[in-house]
Design a protein around this ligand. Structure first.
Ligand code: SAM
Ligand code: SF4
Length: 429
């Protein structure tokens, strides 16, 4: 299941530990890593020979246990590569687990019946850890939504990392183009008063700046091309994905209309990790897209097909929300049902021009957290505006626009990040 070589695994663990706590002694490292001193010593020497770490003696004596360890620039870059490998393995592991789970469910009629009756997802114990407020959920989740949430959970909750002692995001959504070829009734893009098609596109200089800044903060999460339009309509999508893949997982979310086997293959060759296709028209699309995927020659698990062709009674197959008061359609949860929200603890959204918004629910686009062409993303992320929203929302206060009108369940993901922020704020004088 795990393709990471044993040696790479050891190197990864050591480099990670050293980068977390550069002044650890050999004894501390051996404890933290659960390696014998002999094994650790051997590995450290190998890493030093490869130029990945520097070894310093802080007490000016020759006893090995008084050495401490630092990553060299080459070591930092190796660690990033190994981290990305580690995450890729996690994704593969996850996909395999989902397949296994799927096969088990399919081969057990009783289980299948139960699942159909109750829905799976947050109703099962495995999710207790990531859920807080949704114990009162009134609607079961559909299978594809649940898979989608778990896919996110791998990245969002596994990879809590810090820069300058502050938790950094693990999920960044980009809106690379402000037009869509469809007009779905449940989506604010169908209302020109809320979200008119402006045909504006994100430029490469913004992608380059974002990539550099993510490198600087040692980003370890995903960048998702989704947002307020149809990303496949951007003619530079391949080069955008390739650039972003230098620093992150890359995912593309599409309505599937612009896809052809060649386009799917190009995305794959430009290092996209996952392609998510929302099928809004009907079951027949499954066959159409499966044929396309086969022709494109990409691995089957590169694509996730999402069944979203249902009617109002099934919430259109979505985890339906009112998109901060811009959508009335369907059986919406009451505003005020959910209070806490962890979105600003683990993610943000970048619009085509670099404006940063709180979350993908915010279709009002009136309150920006900052503009990333004018400031470093880390400064916006840790700035006063984000901080105010984050703190209020961790404490269950949806007191400012756009949150006052939002009915989204904001605690499904990001609990670890929210806890880390709560700790950061309470430690501050
Ligand atoms: C605006 S679309 C952009 C990406 C692409 N055009 C697509 O349709 O997949 C982003 C996502 O929001 C979902 N969405 C739109 N309106 C929604 C709503 N009211 N509640 C929940 N999800 C919604 C869509 O199904 C899609 O997965
Ligand atoms: S409360 Fe709603 S609008 Fe506010 S950050 Fe959370 S999901 Fe976004």
């Amino acid at each position: 299941m795990n393709n990471m070589k044993k040696n790479d695994n050891d190197d990864f663990e050591i480099l990670r530990q050293i980068s977390k706590k550069p002044d650890s002694t050999q004894r501390e490292l051996s404890k933290q890593l659960n390696f014998s001193i002999g094994k650790l010593n051997y590995c450290l020497k190998e890493l030093q020979k490869k130029g990945l770490i520097k070894i310093k003696n802080f007490k000016k004596n020759k006893k090995k246990l008084n050495y401490f360890y630092l990553l060299t620039p080459k070591g930092v870059s190796k660690k990033t590569k190994l981290t990305i490998n580690f995450l890729k393995n996690k994704m593969t592991e996850y996909d395999e687990l989902v397949n296994e789970e799927h096969n088990i469910i399919q081969s057990d009629p009783e289980l299948k019946k139960d699942i159909n009756k109750f829905g799976i997802g947050h109703n099962i114990n495995a999710f207790d850890e990531v859920i807080e407020e949704n114990k009162t959920r009134t609607k079961p989740l559909f299978k594809t939504i649940e898979v989608n949430l778990r896919r996110r959970t791998v990245i969002v909750d596994d990879v809590l990392s810090y820069h300058k002692d502050k938790p950094i995001p693990s999920w960044i959504e980009l809106s690379i183009i402000d037009v869509c070829n469809r007009s779905c009734s449940f989506c604010p893009k169908s209302d020109p008063k809320v979200a008119p098609d402006t045909y504006q596109k994100m430029q490469m200089n913004l992608i380059n700046k974002l990539t550099n800044e993510l490198k600087e903060i040692n980003y370890k999460g995903s960048v998702v091309l989704c947002g307020y339009g149809e990303p496949m309509l951007h003619k530079d999508i391949n080069i955008i994905c390739k650039k972003l893949s230098e620093v992150s997982f890359v995912e593309v979310v599409t309505n599937g209309d612009p896809l052809k086997p060649k386009k799917i293959r190009e995305l794959y060759l430009n290092n996209v990790n996952k392609l998510l296709i929302s099928m809004y028209d009907g079951k027949h699309q499954v066959e159409k897209f499966n044929k396309m995927i086969k022709e494109s020659g990409v691995p089957k698990d590169f694509v996730i097909l999402r069944d979203r062709w249902y009617d109002e009674k099934k919430d259109y197959g979505l985890k339906l929300t009112n998109r901060t008061g811009t959508i009335n359609i369907g059986d919406q949860e009451k505003v005020g049902k959910y209070k806490k929200c962890f979105y600003p603890s683990y993610q943000f959204l970048v619009d085509w021009n670099g404006d940063i918004f709180l979350c993908p629910q915010d279709w009002q686009r009136r309150v920006t957290m900052g503009n990333m062409m004018q400031e470093h993303i880390f400064d916006i992320w840790t700035g006063k505006i984000m901080e105010k929203f984050r703190k209020d929302l961790i404490n269950g206060k949806r007191v400012d626009s756009p949150c006052t009108l939002c009915n989204a369940e904001g605690t499904v993901l990001g609990k670890n990040h929210a806890n880390a922020w709560a700790k950061t704020y309470s430690n501050r004088i």
